[in-house]
Write a new protein. Structure first.
Length: 262
């Protein structure tokens, strides 16, 4: 596992966007062989999306042969709801790049059969050839997507009940009222994320520091879902100094020394 510690969120976002663009370009995707990219929502990836949009407009990367699968969606929110994740992705990324709408996949939050929808989502990922690179963020309790602490490390796409902590954290998008935040969501599983050939997680802010410390310095545990990356052969965590505040001095020095040598 690589840990890259940048001095601020802007630099972490720029590095992440450059890395993703570089991976897409090196892959040289074609219509019959698209680059399959997993994507998150939330505040953590916004800087990356802005950088990727700029790169696309500058002709430095194209998404015309990229297929995307998002991590999650609230149950009960239609796609055009201001806080649906389909709306978030359209507003903050998809509408500004050259990606084909039919190549963007997000779980259907209005499904009347969540189990069937989740099974179909897993099959769609498989049919696309599997995810080449899955970008994600984490919650302050270490959750990935909506895989809350206690989730099985081999879990697949499924419906999850959200914890009070997560609903409070997300209430900033719902007029500050946790009761307005949907109580359930469809989410890819930890096992789904781990199936990706590469996983890249961006972490920013001191509110994520304890979760990052547990994931990097603690043992692998379903109580800190992010810790699963310790067992992935191609995992990268990109963070800023604030997110690294709880890490031991020796841990920070070790990872900074490694990256300085490369």
């Amino acid at each position: 596992m690589r840990l890259l510690i940048h001095n601020n969120y802007e630099n972490a976002s720029r590095w992440t966007a450059d890395y993703i663009a570089g991976r897409i370009n090196a892959f040289a995707p074609e219509q019959a062989r698209p680059f399959v990219l997993g994507l998150p929502t939330g505040s953590s990836p916004l800087g990356v999306y802005r950088q990727l949009i700029a790169a696309c407009k500058a002709g430095k990367v194209s998404f015309s042969h990229v297929t995307t699968f998002n991590m999650d969606e609230y149950l009960g929110l239609p796609p055009d709801h201001p806080q649906s994740y389909r709306r978030f992705m359209d507003d903050n990324f998809f509408s500004a790049i050259d990606i084909k709408t039919g190549n963007t996949h997000i779980p259907n939050g209005m499904t009347t059969n969540p189990e069937e929808e989740c099974g179909a989502y897993e099959q769609a990922i498989k049919s696309a050839g599997g995810i080449e690179l899955f970008m994600g963020g984490i919650g302050s309790n270490g959750h990935i997507a909506f895989n809350e602490p206690g989730s099985s490390l081999t879990s697949r796409t499924r419906a999850m009940t959200l914890t009070t902590e997560t609903r409070i954290a997300n209430s900033r998008f719902f007029d500050g009222d946790p009761q307005k935040v949907p109580s359930r969501a469809l989410t890819v599983g930890i096992g789904t994320v781990m199936d990706a050939r590469e996983v890249l997680i961006i972490v920013s802010g001191r509110q994520k520091a304890r979760a990052l410390q547990a994931a990097v310095e603690g043992g692998v545990s379903h109580w800190c879902p992010l810790s699963c990356l310790q067992t992935h052969p191609n995992a990268i965590i990109v963070c800023d100094d604030e997110a690294a505040e709880e890490l031991k001095y020796g841990t920070v020095k070790y990872f900074k020394d490694i990256e300085n040598l490369n």
